[in-house]
Design a protein around this ligand. Structure first.
Ligand code: NAD
Length: 321
């Protein structure tokens, strides 16, 4: 068993490197998620073979050396996953046991690149990738080219705002058409294209790529008058940030399921890719009570959509290479 677990850890670490560092995955996300799930189950059964370099305890990838490294003021974590209704009910049970009655904020899970924007006295001073969660890459010059990021705010706020930078589908299609015309290899998907655009050295290139962003959290709550995720998002709106409008506040998993079903059927109508739904305990007091694991908050979970098209895309690419 030890060998099997070690082999799975090594394999997933390699896939992580390809995805997060090289921006060039070789397997579909659904396959990666399936293997990760298998490893989590095995490590739970045989905790003696869990190591601190296992992909189950890591967030994201390594940091590329060509960008300056920046330590995050507070870690940028990942999210626990749910792949079916049962896992959502189990999450709900854990939440209710910890905090009692609860409201959930449902948000779209934008399929882009997690970034952190640092403001000092209302001025945008630094933007970073998530990197390994503790240390990210300084990509300020590239992020400055995103028009949806305010360079100055009306209020002298000092904090880090976090969100997802992404490439709209229309920009992605245009970019790939151009690439094909020039005989270059097209990007696999908008996420890949956004990550590639933000992690290259010439900001003029990033500026041409028409990227955008949705912000969804802040690291220092004392800067905002908010006691819930819902209020924090409204405050971010008022401060001049772009947040996603499709969020919905609900008070039961049944309502979460309705929201999921709606977006599973309507995701193709959106101008950007989503790969699931994020469900968060709305009250910050409840979030504090539940706390964090090494990798993710206990008060939130990501419901992942099944990803059929990605499989065909990758197979197509393999066949044409
Ligand atoms: P994740 O994508 O499962 O979830 C966490 C991330 O969701 C956050 O960091 C944030 O960037 C994002 N997010 C989007 N909208 C959000 C919102 N409204 N609120 C909060 N967060 C939001 O976890 P991960 O650790 O970023 O990466 C794992 C992903 O990468 C999985 O989808 C996995 O399939 C994929 N992956 C694929 C390969 C491969 O080889 N194909 C390898 C490694 C990872």
């Amino acid at each position: 068993m030890e060998e099997k677990i070690k082999a799975l850890q090594d394999k997933l670490n390699r896939y992580n490197y390809e995805y997060h560092v090289l921006d060039d995955p070789t397997i579909p996300d659904s396959e990666y998620d399936r293997l990760l799930h298998e490893l989590i189950a095995l490590e739970e059964q045989y905790p003696e073979f869990k190591s601190d370099t296992s992909p189950t305890v890591r967030v994201g990838g390594e940091v590329l050396s060509r960008f300056e490294k920046v330590a995050h003021d507070t870690p940028m974590l990942s999210l626990g996953n749910a792949f079916n209704e049962e896992e959502l009910w189990a999450f709900d049970k854990r939440v209710r046991e910890a905090v009692g009655d609860v409201e959930y904020m449902c948000e779209l899970k934008i399929d882009g690149l997690a970034v952190s924007l640092k403001y000092e006295s209302g001025r945008f001073v630094q933007g970073t990738t998530r990197g390994d969660g503790t240390v990210g890459e300084n990509i300020t010059a590239n992020l400055r080219t995103i028009r949806a990021i305010p360079l100055t705010l009306d209020r002298p706020l000092s904090f880090e705002v976090r969100g997802e930078a992404y490439m709209p589908k229309s920009s992605f299609e245009k970019l790939n058409e151009e690439k094909e015309q020039n005989g270059d290899t097209p990007f696999q998907n908008p996420r890949n294209a956004a990550a590639g655009s933000l992690r290259q050295l010439d900001p003029k290139l990033a500026a041409k790529r028409n990227l955008s962003i949705f912000l969804y959290s802040v690291n220092d709550l004392t800067e905002l008058e908010a006691e819930t995720q819902s209020e924090a998002l409204d405050e971010l709106d008022r401060a001049g940030f772009r947040t996603n409008r499709e969020r919905r506040l609900v008070s039961s998993i049944d309502e979460v399921l309705e929201y999921i079903e709606y977006w599973e059927n309507h995701r193709n109508d959106l101008e950007y890719d989503i790969d699931g739904i994020v469900i968060k305990v709305n009250a910050f007091s409840g979030q504090e009570e539940m706390g964090y694991t090494a990798k993710s908050p206990r008060w939130a979970i990501a419901y992942k959509f099944p990803a059929e098209e990605v499989v065909t895309d990758l197979i197509d690419i393999e066949l044409t290479v």
